[in-house]
Design a protein around this ligand. Structure first.
Ligand code: UTP
Length: 296
């Protein structure tokens, strides 16, 4: 089964990024000159997705505007003969077919995904969280799609190995590795932010998922959990008891851009990876280290 739709929940308040997020959606904060949400949408498109569903909230209209054409700006750029910039802006306005659904109250990630039910219908679908940017040769969502395809179109969650002392920051899974695929496990359970001693493994779940539409049944059944929110983890735990569910160790480097340390790391890494910013970044770092008499 081809996955044609992806849900990108963007309704959160982004409190870790205040004061920027007081008026600006967290997803519009750029890494270099591209808003974080664009990297995520590109991952979806490069995975073959045809429709992006933003679960959004009041005050986040800038995200929809960003993926629409801005004729006033285009006219201005044309008059100024800034043709490369004009092309760039046109392309962004046409890169994706998107739909939006409003989550009126921020009742948690599980609730946000349930808001997209009517737009998904009875197909398998992907979910990408914009807080986690992943640089990889093959888009992570596509890697998960392939695992789903060869496993009877079942649900798949992306996992990565973490330092065991960091389990408190993540959802952590337990499962058994498949005999024919050492990177894939049959998912047994998922625990939200366990203490290291209670963690079932060191496999954590940054936000990449493929779900069968059966997940909606469980999203409706779950009660408010940790933090008074409807937790996606609780629905995943129910779904994996009813039908096979897989966890896949994806290939890629992940950055948690939802917090300031991860954001800084991504900014430096992205600048070092791009040819036109690499030398500038290196010389800035060298100059600052010498200016402040630091040793690195
Ligand atoms: P986070 O837990 O990171 O929350 O949500 P947040 O509001 O974005 O950020 P902080 O923690 O306050 O800084 C994970 C993802 O789920 C979405 C968020 O937009 C983010 O992409 N989300 C969360 C919703 O869409 N709705 C919710 O009710 C909660």
């Amino acid at each position: 089964m081809e996955i044609k739709k992806v849900v990108i929940p963007v309704a959160g308040k982004g409190t870790r990024f205040l004061p920027a997020t007081k008026e600006l959606p967290k997803e519009m904060i750029p890494i270099i000159n591209k808003p974080m949400i664009q990297y995520v949408v590109e991952e979806a498109i490069n995975s073959g997705v045809e429709e992006v569903i933003f679960v959004t909230s009041r005050g986040k209209e800038a995200i929809e505007d960003y993926f629409s054409r801005n004729k006033t700006l285009e006219k201005f750029l044309e008059e100024k003969q800034k043709f490369p910039e004009l092309e760039m802006c046109k392309k962004i306005g046409e890169m994706v077919t998107y739909r939006t659904v409003i989550q009126n109250e921020q009742l948690g990630l599980g609730h946000a995904i349930l808001c997209a039910e009517d737009l998904i219908g009875s197909e398998n679908f992907g979910v990408i969280l914009g807080d986690d940017l992943i640089l990889s040769r093959e888009p992570v969502l596509k890697q998960l799609m392939e695992v789903s395809k060869i496993n009877n179109d079942k649900s798949v969650i992306g996992v990565m190995e973490i330092d065991p002392s960091d389990t408190k920051k993540y959802g952590v899974i337990s499962g058994s590795t498949l005999a024919n695929d050492p990177r894939t496990l049959k998912l047994d359970a998922m625990v939200e932010k366990p203490e290291p001693l209670k963690a079932p493994s060191n496999l954590a779940t940054p936000g990449r998922y493929i779900f069968t539409p059966r997940i909606f049944k469980f999203l409706k059944e779950i009660k408010r959990g940790v933090g008074g929110e409807y937790q996606l983890t609780d629905a995943i735990n129910l779904l994996c008891q009813e039908e096979k569910f897989f966890a896949h160790k994806f290939k890629g480097d992940r950055f948690d851009t939802g917090n300031i340390q991860g954001y800084l790391e991504a900014t430096i890494e992205f600048a070092l990876r791009e040819e036109n910013t690499r030398e500038t970044m290196i010389s800035i770092i060298k100059e600052k280290v010498s200016h402040y008499n630091l040793s690195i």
